[in-house]
Write a protein that binds this ligand. Structure first.
Ligand code: HEC
Length: 470
């Protein structure tokens, strides 16, 4: 039941900050309105000014069938929630984007510009004028899942429909989707698409190559993570029978992640990843939110192949902290602990994706590299860790890390009673680097990299085509 408590506490925390903010807004409102009137004689914004902002930054999640708890796709639905919207927007709680933009920006950030924020807040302060055009009556855009127009070259659905049990605990599954083709392919874009958008909380998945002596016809479809069961790569691979007698563990060719609102992952020109001839897409960690009634999901993985020659394949690199003594394998109740990753980068590489990962005690996570000439290369910084919004951050252009650089990461964990996200009250000793279950803690840094070539700084991600109605 510990997790229900977390949820309860988080909600309370939020409401509290929401209330406080609401009070400030009310108190501040007269002043602000006069200030606006004094400095700008123009009319306050109307719904026609606000609708396109909401359409880009909120509606992808806040519409029927998507993950947001209510739609925000019509004038009346927005107006009804206006005061809460003002609070969550002012607080930068929504849209959810947890990285520090002054450290490094990423592709597809769900962020309001300060101008957009001002427009939205001023519209709400002025009591939501509808304006006099027809935007208030316009049809909402299609769900995110239907806005991905080009037909994939390969669709790999889960082998069966997963039953999500009625439980107030978080549910975690590991699901294997085996495949076998006549030859290997280069993948230029990949997407994870859950069918149940209400409960799908996040997923991380691996594309694994298996040896010829692994029997793909008889592997189990899935298991559900239990509370006290350590989760380790090799245990999971052994469970699915993916370990070869001759060559050992399967080889990971891609590592992806999905969160509500994540766009499909696509790569710049001449970059891709190798889809082996035979292997498994291992949906390593699918997390469903608690639900009072039983439900189901059948997610699928979609891939788009490349035809270009000379594609360089992305390589997966995962980094763990180095634990120097056994006392570091526990985060003691009442302690604030810091863990670090140091790694010397041997080759000249470009980084395309970065994914910092911790569990519920996480406070902050900062990653940078130091080049041999002493330059600091900022990679990602999450100043206030949010377990619910862990992104696979995608760089607009690859970031060059010269050979001989030192990769640095610092993660801070707060196991005191002061941490509102602490699942245990009172705090308890928590195992560190024990497994993937979120009742223990871990520090992982995943990078997708490719060898660096002169001119790679000019590589850009292809444009995501804007949503359109079919
Ligand atoms: C990536 C998906 C996503 C985007 C984009 C998004 N939301 Fe949300 N929103 C959620 C989810 C999920 C929740 C419920 C869980 C939570 O509160 O974190 C939520 C909750 C809310 C709440 C209720 C908060 C509360 O606790 O009462 C409001 C209000 C809200 N969103 C407004 C917005 C607005 C306004 C935007 C755009 C400026 C926006 N959201 C963008 C997913 C999203």
């Amino acid at each position: 039941m510990a997790h229900v408590l977390v949820f309860g506490q988080r909600q309370c925390e939020l409401r509290l900050s929401v209330l406080l903010l609401y009070v400030t807004i009310l108190l501040g409102s007269t002043n602000t309105v006069t200030a606006i009137q004094r400095t700008s004689p123009e009319k306050p914004p109307t719904y026609s000014d606000v609708a396109p902002i909401l359409a880009r930054t909120c509606v992808p999640c806040h519409q029927q069938g998507e993950v947001g708890p209510f739609p925000l796709d019509t004038y009346s639905s927005v107006r009804k929630r206006a005061s809460t919207i003002a609070i969550v927007v002012e607080d930068n709680y929504m849209p959810p984007q947890r990285n520090d933009p002054t450290w490094r920006r990423f592709a597809h950030e769900r962020r309001l510009s300060s101008q957009e924020k001002t427009t939205l807040l001023s519209w709400i302060r002025n009591d939501c004028p509808p304006g006099n055009d027809d935007t208030t009556r316009r049809k909402p855009p299609l769900p995110l899942s239907q806005t991905r127009q080009t037909r994939p070259d390969l669709v790999l659905p889960m082998p069966l429909t997963m039953d999500i049990p009625p439980t107030m605990e978080q549910t975690y599954f590991c699901v294997a989707i085996p495949f076998e083709f006549d030859r290997e392919r280069t993948v230029k874009a990949i997407d994870y698409v859950p069918s149940n958008r209400r409960l799908a909380h996040h997923a991380s998945y691996q594309v694994l190559e298996v040896a010829d002596d692994v029997d793909l016809r008889n592997i189990p479809a899935f298991f559900r993570y239990g509370k006290d069961q350590p989760a380790h790569d090799s245990l999971d691979y052994a469970y699915f029978g993916l370990i070869s007698r001759s060559s050992g563990l399967p080889r990971e060719t891609f590592h992806g992640g999905w969160l509500p609102g994540t766009q499909r992952l696509q790569f710049p020109p001449t970059i891709g990843f190798r889809l082996p001839r035979r292997g498994v897409v291992l949906l390593r960690n699918i997390h469903y939110s608690p639900s009072a009634r039983s439900d189901s999901d059948r997610a699928e993985v979609r891939m788009w192949f490349g035809t270009e020659n000379n594609v360089r394949n992305l390589v997966f690199a995962a980094f763990k902290p180095i634990l120097t003594d056994t006392s570091q394998t526990v985060i003691r109740a009442g302690d604030v602990d810091t863990h670090r990753i140091y790694a010397r980068i041997r080759d000249n590489i470009g980084v395309y994706f970065i994914n910092p990962h911790m569990h519920r005690l996480g406070v902050s996570f900062t990653v940078w590299a130091e080049s041999p000439s002493g330059d600091t290369i900022r990679l990602v910084r999450i100043p206030s860790w949010d377990f619910d919004w862990q992104d696979l951050y995608q760089f607009e252009s690859p970031v060059h890390i010269p050979a001989g650089s030192i990769l640095n990461a610092i993660a801070v964990y707060d196991n005191t009673a002061k941490n509102p996200a602490n699942p245990n009250s009172p705090p308890q000793d928590i195992l560190f680097e024990h497994g993937m279950n979120d009742d223990s803690e871990m520090m992982r840094l995943v990078l997708m990299v490719a060898p660096w070539k002169h001119g790679d700084d000019r590589l850009r991600l292809p444009e995501q085509r804007p949503p359109r109605r079919r």
